[in-house]
Write a protein that binds this ligand. Structure first.
Ligand SMILES: [Zn+2]
Length: 243
């Protein structure tokens, strides 16, 4: 056998994957949710985060504590299994570390990483884990500033520096490759458009049919909770990758 190029698999995921681990976002927030207790336009807004410094850190401290209590589910473990078996490239809009805790080697977090802080003055990034932020101990370890320390999460109105890598990965897919989109509303990134234009075989796994992304833009569609339909998704993927 000669020269068959390696089939690539890109897995693009969103909040639906982590919803089954008890984490949600402002788009899905119910009455009990942390997101229902804060105004995202105040605590996740790049234009005014410095003005709301304490509130921003209070909200993100609580999100980290919530993340510390959460555990990866079957959908995270499935993606990690694909990383091992097929060399899957994992791209996620999620800021949690549940893929990493499921054993992932490399995850492209296009919207940032919740267990880390970032200094907007000198660019330093460091881990805080699931701890609360403290003005006493969480100054920038490199330049010593406090007021420029921000959760390492991409806010509204803030550039997302890792989009370039994401576009490179998505736009270089060929007809030989597979793109799986799991648990995302497609409201932030036009993933339905990307799938429709992509020469790759495309799979959509979402809770239910939605206006965005549209089922008809994908070659294969599976509905249901990501963690519950993981075995069906795995069967389909194995068939596509082994063909
Ligand atoms: Zn700094």
């Amino acid at each position: 056998m000669t020269g068959t190029p390696q089939r690539r698999l890109v897995v693009f995921s969103g909040s639906g994957v982590s919803a089954d681990s008890g984490l949600d976002t402002f788009r899905t927030s119910g009455g009990e949710s942390l997101w229902a207790q804060y105004d995202p336009q105040v605590v996740c807004n790049f234009d005014c985060w410095e003005k709301n410094f304490s509130l921003v850190h209070e909200f993100y401290s609580r999100r980290r504590e919530e993340l510390g209590q959460a555990a990866p589910n079957a959908a995270h473990f499935l993606a990690v299994d694909w990383e091992r078996r097929f060399g899957a490239e994992l791209i996620t809009q999620n800021v949690d570390d549940l893929f990493e805790r499921a054993g992932a080697r490399a995850v492209l977090h296009v919207h940032g990483y919740l267990p880390a802080l970032r200094c907007m003055s000198c660019g330093a990034q460091w881990l805080i884990g699931y701890r609360r932020f403290s003005p006493e101990t969480d100054r920038c370890p490199k330049c010593g500033r406090l007021e420029s320390v921000k959760p390492n999460v991409v806010f509204f109105n803030e550039p997302a520096p890792r989009y370039a890598e994401m576009w490179r990965s998505l736009e270089s897919l060929t007809a030989n490759d597979v793109l799986a989109v799991i648990g995302t509303s497609g409201l932030v990134l036009p993933i339905g458009e990307i799938a429709r234009r992509s020469p790759a075989t495309t799979i959509l796994s979402n809770l239910r049919p939605a206006a965005s992304p549209r089922d008809r833009d994908f070659d294969h569609v599976l509905h249901g909770r990501a963690a519950e339909i993981a075995p069906d998704l795995d069967r389909l993927m194995t068939e596509l990758m082994d063909r």
